[in-house]
Structure formats: C-alpha cells, structure tokens
Design a binder for this molecule. Structure first.
Ligand code: FAD
Length: 389
C-alpha cells in the first residue's frame, strides 16, 4: 500500500527509523497478545506503560521534563503503528501524552511539571483526563463538576464519565467549574492525585469496543486539594479543547493504521481463499472493493501527512484537524467493515484483527469530538454560521 502511494519518500529517514522501531515493538510485544487482551477486556497497563516509556513514545512530542521532543509528524506516525495493532493501545498513548501530559506541560506550574512529567514520560505514573460527564459529552460547557474554594484549598465534587485510564491512573487532570469567571470562563483544570481521599474510579464494564483499554467513571466526593492543584496557565474551555485538539491530531494518523491493518489482512486472505475454484482476489468484485479501499486509505494517509507538516510548521488550525479526524475515522470504519465482508464468516472472529478494529473504531468515531461535531466545526469554518445550538 505504502509503495503504491509512494508515501515513504514523504517522510525523513529519522521519522522512518522511529516509525519502524515502533512497528517492530508492535509486532513482537503487542500483536501476539492483543486479541487476548481484547477478549478478556483487560490490559496489563503497568507493564505496558513502562515498556512504552522506555520506547520513548509517552509525551514524545513535548519538550523537556524527560520527553523526547520529537516532531508532530513523527508522533503521528507512531500513532499509526500503534493503532495498526489496536485503537486501545493508541488511546493509551494519546491520553497519557496528548491529554494528561500536554495539559500539565502547556498549562501547569513549574512545580506540577517537575512533579509529574518525568515519571509520566517514563511510564512510571499514568495519567487520565476527565472532561466528559454523564450528561455532557459533546457540550462540555454544561459541566456540573465544581471546584469550590475553602480557605486556601480547593474542594472538587462531581462525576466524570467515559474516562480512559481512569481506574489505573496515578493522576487525573480534571476540569471543573469554579467561581473565578462568568459561565464557561470559570472552567479550570486541576491536577488530582488519584490517591486523594474522596476520589474513586469504578471501571466501566461490558464494552464491545476498545476492550483493550480501561474506561472508567471518576467520582469526586469533596476531594480536597491544595491551592496549588489548579493549572495556572489557562482559564475556560480553551484549556480542555486545546488538549483535545492535540489528541485528535494523533487520531488522524491512528485511524489510517487500523485501516491499513484491515486492508493488508483482507488482501492476504483473498489471495489464499479459493471460492468457485479460484482465489477470491482474482475476482473483479473483490478487486473493486480492494481498489476503492486502497484509494481511501491513500487519501487519508496523504491528508494525515499534510496536516502533520502544517502542525510542525505551527500553522495547523483546529478546523483542519476536524477535516482529518472526520475523514480518516469515517473512512477507516468503512474500510474495516468492507474488509470484514472479504473474510466471510472468518471475519467475525478474533482470529483476525478486522472485527476488533471495526468495533474499536466505533469508539474512535465518537470520542475526541463525534463526527457530527467535526461536521459542525467544518461547516462553521466554511459558512461563518455556528450551528451547534
Ligand atoms: P452526546 O454528546 O450525548 O451525543 C450523542 C449524539 O448526539 C452524537 O451522535 C452527537 O454527535 C450528537 N449531537 C450532539 N450535539 C449535537 C448537535 N448540536 N447537533 C447534531 N448532533 C449532535 N471523555 C473524556 O473526557 N476523557 C476520556 O478519556 C474519554 N475517553 C473515552 C473513551 C471511550 C471508549 C469513549 C466511548 C468515550 C470517551 N470519552 C472521554 C467521552 C467522549 O469524548 C464522549 O463520549 C463524546 O464527546 C460524545 O459525548 P456523549 O457520549 O455524551 O454523546
């Protein structure tokens, strides 16, 4: 596929080297176990975090504090290779690096950065990011979680929902409403050690998507924190939204990884499977499917690389990230479903990665801004009309 679209010459030798190292790590350490993790609905998070930390991919696009300081494009290519294994693994790295670490790196005090970032980069401390609430997902401005002043302390109360890494996190970045500003200007971020009394994170079970990823509720019952727990560098929803923009960028690249894995699996399968006395891949209907899917994969990959270069040049705008997230996830899920048909009944088992990717991509379509939210963002950029409400 990469050869057909001649995408490799678009990336530097250094970028290729890191990409290939992560792909090799995926082949040896992740792929042999991922179907079992998915089936069991469990992930050996502590060991994985340490290994990913050693590989240098946690917060790899951030500078200093033990982070590798790589380009955005390199980070994107790493997301592609991780999501080619499983969206759950890319989610782990996205949440750790682009949501929790980015929030502290961008908006934290020097003390908060020193305390958390080196350990998070090494995978010794796991982070989560609590924005969504049971009643407010697409519209976080409605959030009900509060942070109230009590002397010098802050006291946090409320519930967050669907939080990746929640039950395994050492630190949670929690967004809450304070009385520091009017309306959503009062939203502030807090760095919450999860061992603080009043904090609990029951795991959400019975998911049929992203099973190789921990998803939790965060329950904050009068969690008392020192005055220094607030992220001083940002007020209002700009804080969480700029973190989400970082993580979405990784998804633009990640989704084409999942699509590629499905496509490669289907092409191999079609070559080996005989139907009506010859290989399935020799039929025009199959080739039409494969050609159309490859086109979408190629277009998505080129779009990701283009957005990566814009980000590295410092000119990438949020609505451009929306273009990539909307297109690449939507096409990846279509590719996964179409590839599934090529495998026939075998396509529904965990023997092959396709149904796992297809199910995972249902979550990816919804989190980090649903497809509809990205359509609205693109629509607003093109028409000037805000159609969110
Ligand atoms: P809703 O906002 O209720 O939306 C339901 C439907 O209505 C969607 O189709 C939506 O597009 C549509 N809709 C909403 N508003 C409009 C409108 N104005 N016009 C037209 N259609 C509209 N959140 C975190 O904070 N941290 C995490 O780590 C995290 N991890 C997640 C992991 C998983 C596996 C999943 C599934 C979710 C995770 N989320 C996380 C939550 C995720 O970001 C939200 O689910 C998402 O923002 C959508 O919110 P919702 O589920 O409440 O859907």
């Amino acid at each position: 596929l990469a050869e057909l679209f001649a995408t490799d010459p678009l990336i530097t030798a250094d970028e290729r080297e890191i990409r290939d190292a992560v792909a090799a790590f995926g082949r040896s350490k992740l792929r042999p176990h991922v179907a079992e993790w998915f089936e069991d609905g469990s992930l050996p998070v502590t060991e994985l975090a340490a290994e990913l930390g050693e590989l240098g991919v946690l917060g790899m696009h951030l500078d200093g504090y033990g982070c590798a300081g790589m380009s955005a494009t390199t980070y994107g290519l790493v997301c592609t290779e991780l999501e080619a294994v499983d969206s759950g693994l890319r989610s782990f790295v996205s949440v750790q690096g682009s949501l929790a670490m980015f929030a502290i790196h961008e908006f934290g005090s020097e003390e908060q950065k020193q305390q958390w970032l080196p350990d998070m980069a090494a995978g010794k401390a796991i982070g989560c990011f609590g924005l969504t609430e049971p009643d407010f997902g697409s519209n976080p401005a409605g959030m009900r979680t509060t942070a109230k002043r009590d002397g010098d302390d802050w006291v946090l109360s409320g519930t967050k929902m669907w939080i990746t890494n929640g039950s395994v996190a050492d630190v949670a970045v929690v967004w809450a409403r304070t009385d520091l500003g009017e309306g959503s200007r009062g939203v502030r971020g807090f760095v919450v050690p999860t061992a603080t009394p009043g904090f609990s994170a029951p795991e959400i079970k019975h998911k049929l998507s992203l099973r190789a990823s921990v998803t939790s509720e965060l329950v904050l019952e009068e969690v008392r924190l020192p005055g220094t727990a607030m992220l001083p560098g940002v007020e209002g929803l700009r804080g969480p939204l700029s973190c989400l923009n970082e993580a979405r960028f990784g998804i633009v690249f990640g989704a084409v990884g999942a699509a590629r894995d499905c496509l490669e699996t289907a092409i191999d399968y079609a070559g080996e499977r005989d139907v009506f006395d010859k290989a399935l891949s020799g039929y025009q209907l199959t080739q039409a499917k494969i050609a159309d899917m490859a086109l979408e994969w190629g277009k998505g990959t080129l779009l990701a690389l283009h957005l990566g270069r814009l980000k590295d040049a410092g000119t990438l705008r949020p609505e451009q990230v929306s273009l990539g997230k909307l297109n690449n996830v939507r096409e990846a899920i279509k590719i996964a479903r179409e590839c599934r048909t090529i495998l026939g009944a075998n396509g529904i088992t965990l023997e092959y990665p396709i149904i796992r990717h297809a199910n995972n991509l249902e979550s990816v379509l919804t989190y980090e801004g649903t497809s509809e939210m990205h359509q609205l963002m693109i629509g607003k950029a093109l028409t000037g009309h805000d159609a969110f409400r």
